[in-house]
Design a protein around this ligand. Structure first.
Ligand SMILES: Nc1ncnc2c1ncn2[C@@H]1O[C@H](COP(=O)(O)OP(=O)(O)O)[C@@H](O)[C@H]1O
Ligand SMILES: [Mg+2]
Length: 289
């Protein structure tokens, strides 16, 4: 009997020795060096690291918005060449079109596709309209579909941006500090919403944040990056059940991992996070009272 061929393990995203250099000559800066990472299908991977360690550059390269200098980025085992509908991106600053309504923003890229490919069948267009309604309902924004971005809160605007990114059913969602500008309470609501979405859409998510707690709460694995040049310092599997609940943030496993990751960030970059500053203030206050 002939031996069955060994199927190569195909990851959704595969970063292989990725390097990025900005500038030329004496002004050359290596921003990313030898970044290798495999992200499985339907995995939620979060990335943390000090400011300037290349997190956004990494995401932009995977999105096809930035070129790489060395190494390779594979999607479903194939090298990427520029942006594609199989990768959706959400930025921190909402990036909505202010002159378009909520619904028009969500449908914007779809609209472009309709103009580009005149072969769209009525059924396809109908399905896209249905999806835009379904996504806005999921985001709790159906009643605001005719509103303009400046009439919405930050949390609502970001939900529109997420709905827009999900519109073409991307296989991979790339999120760059999407909740960075939101207040703590809105953030918590967004966390549970994104987990719900992740379970519903069965996509693969690569999520950059500077908030270690957010990274652990959302991720299956947390990638810690180190600066100068940007590289992967360590990868941590989150020891929590898949179905997350806010109470888990107080479990010993959660707190221990948070401490480990914060220590890695301190050690590799010498940067202190807001949480550390607060902790120090509390210590000083309890000492002086
Ligand atoms: N287009 C660019 N040209 C030159 N340097 C850049 C460019 N984009 C980013 N950088 C530099 O690359 C480094 C990493 O930036 P970035 O990826 O934004 O880091 P992070 O998202 O982790 O804060 C920074 O030092 C930044 O100044
Ligand atoms: Mg950034």
């Amino acid at each position: 009997m002939a031996a069955s061929p060994v199927m190569p393990l195909c990851h959704k995203i595969s970063l292989q020795g990725l390097g990025k250099v900005f500038g030329a000559g004496a002004k050359q800066t290596a921003v990313l060096e030898d970044v290798s990472l495999e992200v499985a299908e339907n995995e939620f991977v979060t990335v943390v690291g000090a400011s300037g360690c290349g997190k956004s550059t990494l995401l932009r390269i995977i999105a096809g918005l930035e070129t790489l200098t060395s190494g390779a980025v594979l999607l479903n085992g194939q090298p990427i060449s520029g942006p594609g509908p199989e990768r959706g991106m959400v930025f921190q600053d909402y990036s909505l079109y202010p002159w378009l309504s909520v619904m028009e923003n969500v449908r914007f890229c779809r609209q472009l596709k309709i103009h580009r490919e005149r072969s769209n069948s009525a059924r396809e267009v109908h399905a896209a309209i249905g999806r835009s309604y379904a996504l806005l309902e999921l985001m709790g924004l159906l009643e605001r579909k005719d509103a303009y971005p400046n009439q919405l809160s930050g949390g609502m605007r970001q939900r529109v941006a997420i709905a827009r990114a999900l519109m073409p059913k991307p296989q991979v969602l790339l999120m760059d500090e999407p909740f960075g500008a939101l207040d703590a309470q809105t953030r918590e609501v967004m966390h549970d919403l994104i987990l719900h979405l992740f379970n519903r859409e069965r996509s693969t998510i690569l999520f950059v944040t500077h908030d270690v707690e957010e990274a652990i709460y959302l991720g299956h694995r947390v990638v810690v990056m180190a600066p100068h040049p940007g590289r992967i310092d360590s990868i941590h599997v989150v020891p929590l059940p898949a179905a997350r609940h806010a109470d888990m943030k107080l479990t010993p496993e959660f707190l221990a991992l948070k401490k480990t990751i914060l220590q890695r960030i301190h050690t590799t970059s010498g940067v202190y996070t807001d949480q550390d500053v607060l902790q120090r203030l509390t210590e000083i206050e309890s000492f002086t009272h």
